[in-house]
Design a protein around this ligand. Structure first.
Ligand SMILES: Cc1cc2nc3c(=O)[nH]c(=O)nc-3n(C[C@H](O)[C@H](O)[C@H](O)COP(=O)(O)OP(=O)(O)OC[C@H]3O[C@@H](n4cnc5c(N)ncnc54)[C@H](O)[C@@H]3O)c2cc1C
Length: 453
């Protein structure tokens, strides 16, 4: 991206960016980017995946995926495979955010049973807590919790102290229950103590609690127990955790949970990081409010800034439910919001503690961030600001920044193919805008391969 004279050059990026890849990996990269440049393929991806798994059988299907999408965008299934990537990236000063991918949405079904609920959430919870099961799906969420705990241990083992993992709240509770919690929290003006607020939801009969069954209230309390156990593990491992931002019908609840966790755990250092989606109209106000809270209540605040990954779905949902579209009307408005969020973050750092991760594949956004750093005298190695892209995408940004001494990360998913198929489809479909521009990644893979032959 920038050469030693500080000038932007694409050419310097090719050798730097793809030096870590073998010839066959370069060929696979070129092939994948070629395939996803066809809209018809991206649109039919779920069907294609289903058909090929039926036609080829599991073994051949896995081989096919490994030589294409899975191989390009996922680090692997086993710790050994992930270790190889982590070690390779280390040589280039690129750090890894380990992401054991799991997620769900409101299409998940509901069936309720009739257990009674009891709760209290005001303290950090100890490891011996066990869960009462309120819905059959809760077993999956417990498994997901243990996967996140394992992910934190793996991250500590492979990446060391202060390493990051990523987590999605929708992997830990039924989405319909999270959506109801979201509605409840949106109806509250203050959230000074989130768990007190939730306790009042769980113990006081009001109009809202009538819309939740006793079991759903139990599921909410289990969600908080699961989150707490994961964070306790991250704390024990001296690691850090990013909590992803998701669809707007969950996001008020997610944001309030994260702010509560930051207030609880980010007292002397940064453990819990948030995510702000700049494609949403209300993001700047929420960010300003959260910065103010961190200053007033004396907790450290850290987050990634993203554009947002659920635009098509958000717009469809707004039409279907007759609410205002929560997304900025055009791409430029989103970009302006991103820049403003970054500028206000950096203004805030002049007197307060904050860490920000520029999570974007957009070269203009990265360039804007670099200019801000230069203007404000922030050194590349300063942890105040760092950069991240997704595994398999835009290595020409990440590796070039790393070579110039910036703090850079790759968000690196791993896990069994079956659990990553939704991620791969989402990667292709929801990032359609990126894949339209993916010709650059494709050409650079081709160029790097040609240079090696
Ligand atoms: C490390 C990392 C972590 C991430 N974590 C999250 C997360 O927690 N939650 C989350 O939602 N996403 C997350 N994302 C994905 C991110 O939100 C974007 O979907 C993705 O990075 C594309 O944006 P960009 O800035 O990289 O690239 P760009 O090429 O600049 O973005 C292109 C995208 O912007 C979209 N767009 C945004 N706003 C508009 C608008 N108003 N009108 C038209 N198009 C618009 C386009 O559809 C297109 O998909 C993460 C990304 C990275 C790299």
């Amino acid at each position: 991206m920038r050469n030693s004279q500080g000038k932007y050059t694409a050419a310097s990026g090719i050798s730097v960016a793809y030096g870590y890849k073998s010839k066959s990996e370069l060929l696979r990269g070129w092939l994948v980017y070629k395939l996803i440049s066809y809209d018809v393929i991206v649109n039919s991806l779920p069907k294609l995946i289903r058909w090929s798994s039926n036609i080829f059988g599991q073994n051949l299907f896995e081989k096919l995926m490994r030589t294409t999408l899975y191989g390009q965008f996922v680090a692997g299934t086993k710790t050994d495979e992930v270790k190889q990537i982590v070690d390779k990236f280390k040589q280039y000063n690129v750090k890894v955010i380990l992401d054991y991918s799991m997620e769900s949405d409101i299409s998940t079904s509901i069936t309720a049973s009739n257990n009674v609920h009891k709760s209290s959430f005001n303290t950090e919870l100890d490891e011996s807590n066990t869960f009462k099961i309120y819905h059959p799906d809760e077993r999956i969420f417990n498994t997901n919790m243990f996967n996140y705990i394992k992910n934190s241990n793996t991250s500590r083992e492979l990446c060391g102290q202060s390493s990051f993992i990523a987590m999605k709240i929708t992997a830990l509770v039924r989405p319909l229950v999270l959506q109801k919690l979201n509605q409840f929290l949106e109806s509250r003006i203050t959230d000074h103590n989130l768990f007190d607020t939730i306790d009042s939801l769980l113990t006081t009969k009001n109009d809202f609690t009538h819309s939740l069954t006793p079991n759903e209230l139990g599921e909410i309390s289990n969600l908080l127990l699961r989150i707490n156990r994961i964070i306790q593990t991250v704390k024990k491992n001296e690691g850090r955790i990013f909590i992803d931002a998701e669809q707007s019908y969950f996001q008020t609840a997610i944001n309030k949970i994260v702010i509560h966790l930051q207030r609880l755990y980010n007292r002397n250092n940064l453990l819990v990081y948030n995510t702000y989606q700049c494609y949403k109209k209300n993001t700047l106000n929420i960010l300003r409010d959260d910065l103010k809270k961190s200053k007033e209540d004396g907790f450290y605040i850290g987050y990634k800034l993203v554009r947002g990954a659920y635009m098509d779905q958000e717009r469809r949902h707004a039409v279907e439910t007759g609410v205002e579209d929560p997304i900025h009307s055009n791409f430029n408005a989103t970009t302006e919001c991103y820049k403003q969020a970054l500028v206000e973050t950096l203004n805030f750092t002049e007197s307060n503690f904050v860490r920000v991760l520029v999570a974007s594949h957009n070269e203009d956004t990265v360039r804007f961030a670099l200019e801000q750093m230069e203007k404000r005298g922030i050194k590349p190695a300063d942890e105040l600001m760092s950069f991240a892209t997704l595994f398999g995408m835009c290595d020409y940004i990440t590796f070039t920044l790393a070579k110039s001494g910036f703090q850079v990360y790759k968000l690196t998913p791993y896990g069994p193919l079956s659990s990553l198929l939704p991620y791969l489809t989402r990667r292709a479909q929801e990032n359609r805008g990126i894949f339209a521009k993916a010709y650059k990644d494709r050409l650079l893979h081709y160029q790097a391969l040609k240079d090696r032959l």
